[in-house]
Design a protein around this ligand. Structure first.
Ligand SMILES: [Zn+2]
Length: 383
């Protein structure tokens, strides 16, 4: 690790108690000082955003290997994301393993210069329901001990998405949770009782749990059949990923999650390679995708991954009436807690200097990853 110079930023600093106070923040790799004093009122200093579910951006995809991971890590850092989990898609097993090895390779090489910090991979499938693929290609398989052993040997997975109703799902979840992996429930046809029992067993083991893109690819909520989404909302411990891009989730559904599970909602992008490229043709897991007006769809009209970035998700949440400190929590403290990351997610002396600075219109003005400034490219006016 090279020595880093000390920087000082002045503005309205978001403290862990949820209050903005004017002051200065000094940092190298870590935050070394926080003061309260007069400071510019039009700069907000927030903990950097943490995206636990992100496939791609700027034309790169996790499945491309290190070159794709570098592209997405740099693109999303431009939008305030300072930590992320490159996320695989359901695919043939050798390709999934190769993508995970790519994530490991990038991490072992010291990460992505000018990009977000990479703290592991999110394995989305292939252990999902063939009846609830969403936009995942049809390569779902059942969990098996030999596949689990291959995953554990790679030592790179930090989060997994699986369908709890599959035979062998609990054994897989147990093995991964034993390594500290966050267990995500998603792409599932399980009913509420199945999901509740699954979560209960995992919590007794001390596992961290999450809904993978709550509401999407898990069916709806009815009074007599609350479904997986109902069980996840009602659970006292499970974190809840939400794609707040005005395509995947109705605003009221998002507000319901926030009301039912304060502190447990975390915003993700689920971004695909087309993020940051504007409208046009793209690709997801080998399938052609069309992006039009910010909506990505497969040829049959199925909503594919998003083209969201987390700065846009932040502005969407604020537009729905949430106070900025609560939204910040969904972007930093909650995802950090969901992954068991204790060295980031808040602005406190001794934590990593992962910082996102916003102007009064909530546009990204500066980003620091581990104390290093990310050179920001000029962008068109934000939506
Ligand atoms: Zn995804």
């Amino acid at each position: 690790m090279t020595a880093r110079s000390t920087h000082t930023l002045r503005g309205h600093i978001l403290h862990p108690d949820g209050e903005f106070r004017p002051g200065s923040l000094s940092f190298g790799l870590q935050i070394s000082g926080l003061t309260t004093e007069a400071a510019p009122a039009d700069l907000y200093i927030l903990p950097g955003f943490i995206d636990t579910h992100i496939h791609g951006g700027a034309g790169g995809d996790t499945m491309d290997g290190p070159a794709g991971i570098q592209k997405l890590a740099r693109l999303h850092a431009q939008h305030g994301t300072t930590t992320l989990l490159p996320t695989t898609i359901t695919h043939r097993w050798p390709e999934v393993l190769a993508a995970l090895r790519g994530v490991r390779e990038v991490m072992d090489a010291g990460g992505v210069v000018g990009g977000a910090d990479i703290v592991g991979a999110h394995l989305e499938g292939p252990f999902i329901s063939p009846g609830r693929l969403g936009a995942q290609p049809p390569h779902a398989v059942l969990p098996q001990p030999d596949l689990t052993a291959e995953l554990l040997a790679l030592d790179v997975i930090r989060a997994v998405t699986l369908a709890p109703e599959l035979p062998g799902a609990l054994e897989l979840a147990r093995a991964l949770a034993g390594r500290g992996v966050r267990i995500g429930i998603g792409h599932t046809r399980a009913d509420a009782d199945t999901v509740s029992a699954f979560l209960h067993t995992l919590h007794e083991l001390g596992a961290r749990t999450c809904a993978t893109h709550l509401y999407n690819a898990m069916g709806g909520i009815e009074g007599r059949t609350p479904g997986a989404a109902g069980a996840l909302l009602a659970d006292p411990h499970a974190f809840l990923e939400v794609i707040l891009d005005s395509v995947h989730v109705h605003p009221t559904a998002f507000l319901l999650a926030h009301a039912a599970a304060p502190g447990r909602v975390l915003l993700i992008t689920d971004a695909m390679r087309a993020a940051g490229l504007g409208d046009g043709p793209s690709e997801l897991g080998g399938q052609p995708v069309t992006v039009q007006g910010g909506k990505a769809t497969l040829a049959d009209g199925t909503i594919a991954g998003s083209v969201l970035t987390l700065d846009v998700a932040l502005r969407n949440a604020v537009r729905l009436g949430l106070p900025l400190p609560e939204v910040s929590r969904m972007l930093s403290a909650a995802p950090a807690a969901s992954l068991g990351l204790t060295d980031r997610g808040e602005l406190r002396v001794g934590l990593r200097a992962d910082l996102t600075v916003l102007d009064a219109d909530l546009n990204v003005k500066a980003v620091y990853v581990g104390g290093q400034a990310i050179p920001l490219q000029p962008t068109e006016a934000h939506a």
